[in-house]
Design a protein around this ligand. Sequence first.
Ligand code: PLP
Length: 388
Amino acid sequence: MKEDTKIVKAGRNPDEYGGAVNPPVYHVSTVLFDSLEDFEARRTGKIDKMVYGRWGTPTSQAFERAVAEVEGGFDAVAYPSGLAAIAGALMAFVKSGDHILMTDSTYSPSRRVCDNFLTRWGVETTYYDPLIGGNIGSLIQPNTRIVFTEAPGSLTFEVQDIPAIAAVAHEHDAVVMMDNTWASPLFYKPFERGVDISIQAATKYIVGHSDAMLGTATATEATFDQLRDSARSLGNSVAPDDHYLGQRGLRTLAVRLRQHEKNAITIANWVKARPEVIRVMHPALPDDPGHEIWKRDFLGSSGLFGFVMKSVSHEGLGAFLNEMEHFGMGASWGGYESLVLPTQPETSRTATEWKPGGQTMRLHVGLEDVDDLIEDLDAAFARMNAVS
Ligand SMILES: *Cc1c(COP(=O)(O)O)cnc(C)c1O
């Protein structure tokens, strides 16, 4: 089955719900059992039926199976946010005395899970240069249990050589995790490149409409039970309407993502030609340092990229940002609308330095007409230049 067909069909079975195209939304806490025998069979997991709302419903299963199928893993667990998926996956595979290797370019709240929280359980984290590749072996300790990757990196967009990192990590029996949110389940196939657990902030492209918080962790067959049992032990549960929005968003992901990709490449090239801009971080641009690995491993690019502009006063930055017509100023991304944010990657790095020589920015390019978006950015640069 080709990818665009798979994304339409995955996890959906209209025969099971009276012919309705979409899975019904089950609002469930209590499940009633027919008999003592039924109660015992369901509790022991011998039959694939509901047991209790928190343990999963046809709504949650439809979403989880759809994501797992498109991402190419064995099965998935949904979490109430992308960050909850990251924390849940990390906690599932470490115990006191263990060690985590995490890329220095990771989404910064993921660092806080390690630094502010797992440290209290005696789990230590070492941050590594995202471009370390096979040299990750020099940082692996006897107690290293997880090697956490993210490509491209949050805010700075370095492309990691995941197959090289995974090969070395597996020699040392470490679990390889990847935050695969940027590429979505469509444009990077983590399980073909050695990843054991792939995490999506489904809040972004899967939900796709800026209206729900949701996360997923998709696992290999060997790692799935440990991941799911840990999520169950911790009381993880997602509201049925959010599962529903996730599976609905997934159906149109392929067409949305191709438009985000096209618009973002146009905008990235336009931004790159501006005299105020020092560099653009977008791995699909041929002169990007990560371009070769991106071309080798990725199937496309999304709408999110960064750029660095010459140092600007606070007033100048305000002039740039404050009167945008189409770009909203907001965190998160992956919805249909364009967003802009000034960023400060230099404040979170510990293993590497980010010294771009100017102001780092992040754009999420939405589904608007690119001519309107370019006009908006052009006016922003003009307002900034009039001040500084
Ligand atoms: C937004 C984001 C997350 C966290 O997702 P939430 O749903 O906001 O918790 C994790 N990783 C990356 C790369 C993100 O951009």
